[in-house]
Design a protein around this ligand. Structure first.
Ligand code: ARG
Length: 441
């Protein structure tokens, strides 16, 4: 009969939990000794053995080929220190052990991803400050809508990342509960001290129901959900990069580190890194769908299906980390063409709303003003002229309410400065955002 150990086992992917497995075991063994379940002497030998295993792994030593990382470490321990190594597994099961390892791993990943979000925010802040005077067209439907400060648009992403950070912080609270001590599903008859282990490992609470603790992975689902939302933000920013760096737009130039040439078209500078961030979003959504599907309909308590929780968690964390790192650097190193943006901000009749507001402020009902300006836009479009190509006299042919100040009213810079409402695009408001965000990173 063929050996199906590889199919059943998980060492090929859960070996990356080895560090957390050892850390968890050390805390467990310390507790066993403190509670008199094993002797201090035995605990010392086990801990020394575990630390040696860790040191060996750091030097590249591989674990013995066992079913999973928990068995592999135990086998290696017994090989090194003898049968006393077998006492390590007193009062626990692999079920609570693996739940612990995954929580320890996710805790670390949350911290690391949080920092990567901060570095993306820092890159955005640097660019937002440096280009504070850059006037750009703002879009709806990817059609020119109203002029904005380029910094304002960039900062929109910094706020998204701020919420992503908050979501991760909140998720951390539910990850940060100790499942160890739940044993296989029912708890244990050994006089263990779970609170002591929680303290040693920095958990803020112990889980309240042993069946729940070994069988739910909602903390992991929540973690990947947070990551999926981060990817939606990253993919949107990536899409902007792709559009902005196109020849037609030319708003930004991406550093050569993030673009590639074509094997046939010598002129090409493709924004591959941004495209990959956009593309990898699908993987993380897939990871979320995979884990949700693993969990759906599982009866209590532990089922081996749960072993399939790890690949999507690892893949989502790796993917998001890589994408955040690339994005932070891509933003920090991009060159911004204020000239191209400003020229663009004059096209597309982008001052039209302002003209309608101008008339509305003089007492014409806005709906009527909208109609008058639509007439002006149609006239300009037919003659291929821009809004500032009309003379005051010509404006007055559409409405006698237009005065000499109409020219000022359609200047993109003036339009921007007029948007003084809280959170608006005026330079004062944008500076306030920069200040507020700087305090948060
Ligand atoms: N490798 C297993 C997993 O990842 C560890 C727990 C095994 N428990 C069991 N009862 N077979 O889920």
């Amino acid at each position: 009969m063929k050996d199906y150990g590889k199919f059943i086992g998980s060492l090929s992917f859960d070996a990356r939990l080895a560090f957390f497995d050892v850390v968890g075991s050390i805390a467990h063994v310390k507790m066993l000794a403190k509670c008199g379940i094993i002797s201090q002497q035995e605990a010392k030998r086990i801990i020394k053995g575990l630390l040696a295993i860790l040191a060996g792994m750091q030097k590249g030593r591989r674990l013995p080929q066992k079913e999973d990382v928990h068995y592999a470490i135990e086998a290696e321990l017994i090989k090194r220190i003898g049968p006393v190594g077998g006492k390590m597994h007193t009062a626990r099961s692999r079920n609570d052990q693996v739940a612990l390892d995954l929580r320890l791993y996710i805790r670390d990943e949350i911290r690391a991803i949080y920092e990567l979000l901060v570095s993306c925010q820092k890159s955005i802040l640097v660019q937002a400050k440096k280009n504070l005077d850059a006037v750009a067209p703002g879009y709806t439907h990817l059609q020119p809508a109203q002029p904005i400060l380029f910094s304002h648009q960039l900062l929109a992403y910094a706020w998204m990342f701020e919420r992503d950070k908050e979501r991760l912080k909140d998720c951390f609270k539910r990850v940060n509960e100790l499942p160890l001590g739940s044993a296989a599903l029912a708890g244990t008859s050994f006089p263990i001290d779970r609170k002591y282990v929680a303290k040693l490992l920095g958990f803020s609470a112990v889980t309240k129901n042993s069946i729940d603790a070994v069988s739910d992975r909602d903390f992991a689902v929540e973690f990947i959900s947070c990551l999926a939302i981060i990817m939606t933000h990253l993919s949107r920013l990536a899409e902007e990069m792709i559009i902005w760096s196109s020849v037609e737009f030319g708003f930004v130039k991406l550093s050569g580190a993030f673009t590639t040439g074509s094997s046939i078209m010598p002129q090409k500078k493709n924004p591959d890194a941004a495209e990959l961030v956009r593309g990898k979003t699908g993987r993380v959504f897939g990871d979320l769908a995979a884990l949700l599907t693993v969990m759906k309909g599982l009866s209590l308590a532990y089922n081996r299906d749960l072993q399939e929780d790890k690949p999507p968690v690892f893949d989502a964390a790796d993917t998001v980390s890589g994408c955040l790192e690339v994005t932070a650097e891509m933003i920090a190193t991009m060159q911004v063409s204020k000239k191209r943006m400003e020229a663009s901000a004059k096209k597309g009749f982008i001052g039209a709303t302002e003209l309608a507001d101008y008339l509305a402020k003089k007492g014409i009902p806005f709906r009527k003003a909208h109609g008058i300006v639509k007439g002006i836009v149609d006239h300009c479009a037919a003659g291929d002229i821009s809004l500032d190509g009309l003379s005051v006299q010509e404006y007055r042919e559409f409405s006698k309410l237009f005065g000499p100040d109409v020219k000022k009213c359609i200047d993109p810079k003036n339009i921007i400065e007029s948007k003084k409402s809280l959170g608006g695009t005026s330079s004062k408001q944008v500076r306030m955002q920069i200040e507020e965000l700087s305090k948060k990173i």
